[in-house]
Design a binder for this molecule. Structure first.
Ligand code: AHM
Ligand code: MG
Length: 351
């Protein structure tokens, strides 16, 4: 029988490489794993317990929240509000940062999360996931502040996601490679199943909502044709796969090689900055992509180098094999001057 490594053991082993570590990050990652187990249990039972369907709430983007979103959001907050490890939290489902209740101590980390990514898939039993990222506290005050979460992805201490699919997986990196764990529901443990994940050099898939092709910029349209290897006898075309739950699409491309893209557009009303949230979706996955040998860009440059200006800032996103993402950048440089001019003010926080 091969060696069995639980996520707890793995996180502890990684901590041992840093003699100065206090154990706070270790505890935090373990609590994320526990949150994942609880959310997984509810997503598995969703159809049974009648908690499906939209709740009254509408999130800050004007989208309807599903009840499971709210459950997942609450689980992660409650799991982490009293541990003394965090100074502040921020969730895609909340307009503002969330402070640690006064009765509890504050710690040295900030947690950012998208509790249930791809939630429009819940009602049809398609995989969804949780995305999280951890920054170090930089604010002077004791109780944390907005500046703790408005940091470039380059400074992330750790990031990861859970996918609630045919099995539940947790994938994380604390800056030493990307490691994947599969939940064994019979014993309730995440077991190491995918050590040291590297994106395969030969990609297989591209993932994008091609229903929007008409509103894509000329550079993005040409990039997609290039992926399909039109007029190219030397390269094989990539297959198309799009779940509509980015964390799931990203997970597939991480294991098989490929690129996910959700570009900005110039149609009226123009959305030059696309849909993905920089802090709750793009940064964490960009960190993991880089750790696995890949790359993430907004079409101009590295997602990890973008200085965030607001909590719910959106970015165009191209993520996956480095050569594919760099090819997207060069098509955009060559063909999308109008878009570049429209997008830059968003990137630089002038809009
Ligand atoms: P969500 O966080 O509100 O669920 O939205 C993000 C999701 C991504 O997971 C997915 O890739 C994208 O929205 C799908 O959008 P579209 O339906 O426009 O293709
Ligand atoms: Mg999301």
């Amino acid at each position: 029988m091969p060696q069995i490594v639980t996520i707890e053991r793995h996180i502890l082993d990684q901590q041992k490489r840093f003699p100065q570590a206090t154990g706070a990050l270790t505890g935090l990652l373990y609590d994320m794993a526990l949150s994942g187990k609880l959310i997984s249990r509810e997503t598995n039972r969703a159809g049974l317990v009648g908690i499906l369907g939209a709740a009254d709430g509408v999130n800050v983007y004007g989208e309807q929240q599903q009840r499971l979103d709210m459950f997942a959001d609450d689980v992660i907050f409650k799991m982490n509000d009293h541990t003394g490890r965090l100074c502040v939290m921020a969730s895609e489902e909340h307009d503002d940062i969330m402070h640690i209740p006064d009765e509890f101590d504050c710690g040295n980390y900030a947690l950012l999360y998208d509790p249930l990514d791809g939630s429009s898939n819940i009602d049809v039993n398609v995989s969804v996931g949780t995305i999280f990222a951890i920054q170090r506290k930089i604010s002077a005050g004791e109780r944390g502040a907005l500046e703790d979460v408005l940091q470039p992805g380059r400074r992330l201490v750790a990031a990861g996601y859970m996918v609630y699919g045919s099995s539940t997986m947790m994938v994380y990196s604390a800056g030493q490679g990307v490691h994947g764990f599969t939940l064994d529901p019979s014993v309730g443990e995440f077991l190491l199943s995918h050590p040291d994940i590297r994106i395969p050099a030969k990609p297989r898939y591209y993932s994008s909502n091609q229903g929007y092709q008409k509103v894509w910029t000329p550079g993005v349209r040409r990039f997609c044709e290039w992926l399909q290897a039109l007029d190219d006898d030397e390269r094989e075309p990539l297959g198309a796969r799009y779940v509509g739950s980015m964390v799931t699409d990203f997970h597939r491309n991480l294991l098989y090689g490929g690129v996910f893209f959700y570009p900005g557009d110039m149609q009226q009303p123009a959305k030059p900055n696309g849909k993905m949230r920089l802090l709750f979706e793009a940064q964490a996955l960009a960190f993991l992509a880089e750790q696995a040998g890949g790359y993430a860009s907004d079409g101009i440059g590295d997602i990890l180098d973008i200085q965030p200006h607001s909590l719910h800032q959106r970015v165009p996103l191209f993520i996956g094999n480095r050569d594919l993402v760099e090819t997207a950048e060069s098509f955009i440089r060559e063909h999308d001057q109008d878009w570049l001019e429209a997008y830059r003010p968003f990137r630089e926080g002038r809009r």
